[in-house]
Structures are given as structure tokens and as C-alpha cells.
Design a protein around this ligand. Structure first.
Ligand code: F0G
Length: 458
């Protein structure tokens, strides 16, 4: 059979409030045209993020009931630790309440002013935590990552030659670690190959610099390695994932993605001295090292999620949903990032709304239109998120790309929801010439996209 079905049936449901276009127009006006300011119940299909939005399985909910809420040494902790160690092979596992807590602990211990942390592409919290420690976050993606429409199998790879140059120039004194984000979220959810990870590993070993994975979407990366890398076809995703982790010296992890849980994360390292300092800091800000800011029930849910996420039937269905949307949109002439990545569809708003210049925020204009037209909430990743206001009051300095991300929550929506999204994007595309740009009427000095207020510009 050709049809790939959801490998689950649904036994517990959440109703979707159906809204009219007039209701959505009123809601988005009240939210000052910022989709972060909407009430979630006014959204019909919520593709804002795939983080913390997974549907948990019956097994995970059963695990929740078995959480051993002891302050120290709980049974749930030992279960969690065993699962993470078996998967990653790392010596020390430190639980945190989410990914950025792991980042903060790691970077505040390793990074100092004058340091540089290279990555294929840093996620924004990673970048912000490195910068908060006074260091520079340096993106070294491969060249093909910069062209949304270009089809290449591993656009999440790092430019290894560029990395070698940085390592040679700065040396281990100024490069405290190298990071690989798998999959590369800010670069379109694109995977990194095992071959590239091995080459990065070799460069780090020669320079004496540790390599860390930002491993949020490790299972999706493993699946795309199996699908796209020579010699990997048919290999168990679990085997590939284990190999990926064993190429690194440690990792940060947001379990809100491929942990299939609604909250949680961890930090791992093979370095005994560093682990000691990390645990001391953890106690100061997150909690005792056997719960790290989490309830034991969350540790249970994550331990089970980390196993379920590597089931081939699940990953096949997961990727089929993303690929379905990318291929259909591409066939309809809608500008979309290619090939399909691991967790999201990225519309190229610069090409979609060619009449809206960067300082009129084409990504924001498209995101608002998708909400008004179909009740679909998406996320602008463009000049609103990464552009900078001009101190002299001129137009913003634009971002490199103007993207709108449709992140697909795991196991939460069905094929008919995907068909609805497809239809809505195509209808908005047909009406694109009539869509207005926006201006910002109010903004915060940092991370303005979360709270900014907008008004349409005729
Ligand atoms: N690293 C990557 C690659 C991420 O995508 C995220 C979160 C984090 C780290 C931080 O993890 O949210 O648990 O603190 N990404 C979410 C997103 C927010 O929507 O892409 P966190």
C-alpha cells in the first residue's frame, strides 16, 4: 500500500473551536496583528511551534501516574537516567526543565568574553545564552543552506573548512566548544549527515575542542540520515541516533521536541570536572540533580517518549506529513523551502509576497493572512525576529531570509488537518497581490517578535 497512515488511533480528544473569518479579523486586531498575543482557543490549527505541543501516548500517561515524587533519588530519575545513558552513551546526565536551562548552565560555565562558539546554525536561545556569557555565537552553515528553493540532502551540515579555519585562527583557548544543531531548526529543520558529523568530530579532536550536539530533534535527524545518506538505508533509527551521540562529547536537549513530552530537557557530558560544576549550578537555579526543576512524572513521560520517538513507523508517518505538504505546495508553485525538513514547513515569504519589502515584514504579512483566512497560527522567522531597527530611524536592517514556519506538533493533527492547511496556503497564495505589509507600532529592545504591536500599511 502507498498510503502512510497515522500509526495510532485517538482515544482522547481536544475540541477545536471553529471560528469565522470575521471573528478572526477581530481577534487579530485585538492582538495588534501579533499571533503570539492571540488566545490559543481562537486558533483552529496551531502550527506556532512543535515544542511542548506533542500528544502523549497512553504509555506516557500511565508513566505519569507512576512518577515517584521523592525529592532525592526517585525511581523515576533512575529510569530516566538509564534511558538517556543508553541512548547517548554520555557519562553524566543532568536533568533540566527545558533546553535553554541546559544551555544557560553549559555556556555560563564554559564561555567567557573573547570566546567564539561555532555551530552549523545556533537556535535563538542558544545564541542568546552564549552572548549572555559574553562570547560570540558563530554560524557556519554549508553554502547550500542559504538558498531556500535548492534541493540538497543535508542542508543542515556545517562548513567543515570554515570550522577548521576558525579553530586554527582562534585555537582551543578561544573556542571552548563546537555545537551541531540536529536537525538545524533555524536553517529550515534540515538534517546533518553522519559524514559531516564525523568530519566535524575529526576537526574538533585535532584542535582539542569538545563537540556538543543541540539534540532537540535527534530522532528526526536520524530518520533523514536513513532516508538520504548513502549506506544508511534500512538501518534502525535508534542505531543511527546512538552513533550520532557517540560522535560528541556532550549534548543539550529540549525534551519538548523529540522527547515527546510537554516539558523537560537535559544536559550531558563526559567531563567529570565540568559535570561537578554543572550540578552545583543546577542546585542553585533548577533543583537537586535527580529532578532538575521537573516533577518525577515528567521524567517518566520523557523516558518513555525518548523510546517511542525512535519507532520506525512513527518516524515514517512523521516525515510523510511534512513531505506531503512540501511536495504539494511546491507542485502548486508556492515558494517553499526544499527539500522537506524534519519538523516544519517553511514558506519563503520574500518570494511569496514579492511586493512587500523587508521593512514591511512579508513574513508577518503572510502569517497574519494565514490566520485570518484559515485560523492557522504560524511563526514569522524573518526581519521581525532577526532584523534590527535602524538607530537613525530609517528602515530596519533586514534578516537574511524571510520565512514563515509551519511547525507540526507531534501526533496531534491528522491528514485532513494537513489537507486543510494545504488548501488555505494555496488560497492565500492566489490572493497574495492584495495582502498589505505591516509597520511596528511598539517594540521591546530584545526578542521583539514576542510582544511587538503591528498595524497594516495600505
Ligand atoms: N535548540 C533548538 C534547536 C530549539 O529549537 C529550541 C527550541 C531550543 C534549543 C530551546 O529549547 O524551548 O526547551 O528551551 N525551540 C522552540 C521552537 C522554542 O519553537 O523552535 P527550549
Amino acid at each position: 500500500m502507498k498510503t502512510i497512515i497515522e500509526p495510532f488511533r485517538i482515544q482522547s480528544v481536544m475540541p477545536i473551536k471553529m471560528t469565522t473569518r470575521a471573528e478572526r479579523e477581530a481577534a487579530v486586531r485585538t492582538a495588534d496583528f501579533n499571533l503570539f498575543r492571540l488566545r490559543a482557543e481562537d486558533v483552529m490549527i496551531d502550527l506556532l511551534t512543535d515544542s511542548g505541543t506533542s500528544a502523549m501516548s497512553a504509555r506516557q500517561w500511565a508513566g505519569v501516574m507512576q512518577g515517584d515524587e521523592a525529592y532525592a533519588g526517585s525511581r523515576s530519575w533512575f529510569r530516566f537516567e538509564a534511558v538517556v545513558k543508553d541512548l547517548t552513551g554520555f557519562k553524566h546526565v543532568i536533568p533540566t526543565h527545558q533546553g535553554r536551562a541546559a544551555e544557560r548552565i553549559l555556556f555560563s560555565l564554559l564561555c567567557k568574553p573573547g570566546h567564539v562558539v561555532p555551530s552549523n546554525t545556533h537556535f535563538d536561545t542558544t545564541r542568546a545564552n552564549i552572548e549572555a556569557a559574553g562570547a560570540e555565537a558563530l554560524d557556519l552553515p554549508v553554502a547550500e543552506a542559504r538558498t531556500p528553493g535548492l534541493v540538497a540532502p543535508f542542508k543542515g551540515n556545517m562548513d567543515v573548512e570554515a570550522l577548521r579555519r576558525v579553530l586554527k585562527e582562534k585555537g582551543r583557548e578561544r573556542v571552548p566548544l563546537v555545537m551541531m544543531t540536529v536537525t538545524n531548526n533555524s536553517g529550515g529543520g534540515q538534517p546533518a549527515s553522519l559524514e559531516n558529523l564525523r568530519a566535524v568530530r575529526a576537526a574538533c579532536t585535532e584542535a582539542g575542542v569538545p563537540l556538543y550536539l543541540d539534540a532537540c530533534r535527534f530522532a528526526e535527524n536520524a530518520w533523514l540520515v536513513r532516508e538520504r545518506e548513502a549506506g544508511q538505508a534500512g538501518r534502525a533509527p535508534r542505531d543511527i541516533a546512538r552513533e550520532m551521540f557517540r560522535l560528541a562529547d556532550g549534548c543539550t536537549m529540549s525534551a519538548k521536541k523529540d522527547g515527546l513530552s510537554n516539558i523537560g530537557g537535559f544536559l550531558c557530558t563526559n567531563d567529570d570536572r565540568l559535570a561537578r560544576a554543572e550540578k552545583d549550578l543546577l542546585i542553585l537555579t533548577e533543583g537537586f540533580p535527580t529532578y532538575g526543576g521537573l516533577a518525577a512524572r515528567d521524567l517518566e513521560a520523557t523516558a518513555i517518549g525518548l523510546e517511542e520517538v525512535l519507532e520506525p513507523d512513527y518516524l515514517a508517518y512523521r516525515h510523510a506529513a511534512i513531505r506531503y505538504l512540501v511536495e504539494r505546495l511546491d507542485a502548486a508553485g508556492v515558494p517553499v523551502m526544499k527539500p522537506a525538513g524534519g519538523h516544519a514547513i517553511y514558506l519563503d515569504a520574500k518570494a511569496f509576497l514579492a511586493h512587500v519589502p523587508p521593512h514591511r515584514y512579508p513574513g508577518q504579512a503572510l502569517a497574519v493572512a494565514l490566520y485570518v483566512h484559515g485560523g492557522i497560527r504560524t511563526c514569522e522567522i524573518g526581519t521581525v525576529m532577526f532584523g534590527r531597527p535602524d538607530p537613525a530611524g530609517g528602515p530596519d536592517r533586514p534578516a537574511a531570509l524571510e520565512l514563515v514556519r509551519l511547525a507540526i506538533p507531534r501526533r496531534a493533527y491528522t491528514q485532513s488537518h494537513m489537507d486543510y492547511v494545504l488548501e488555505a496556503v494555496q488560497e492565500v497564495f492566489a490572493a497574495r497581490a492584495s495582502l498589505p505589509g505591516y509597520r511596528i507600532t511598539d517594540q521591546a529592545p530584545h526578542l521583539r517578535h514576542f510582544t511587538a504591536k503591528f498595524a497594516p500599511v495600505a
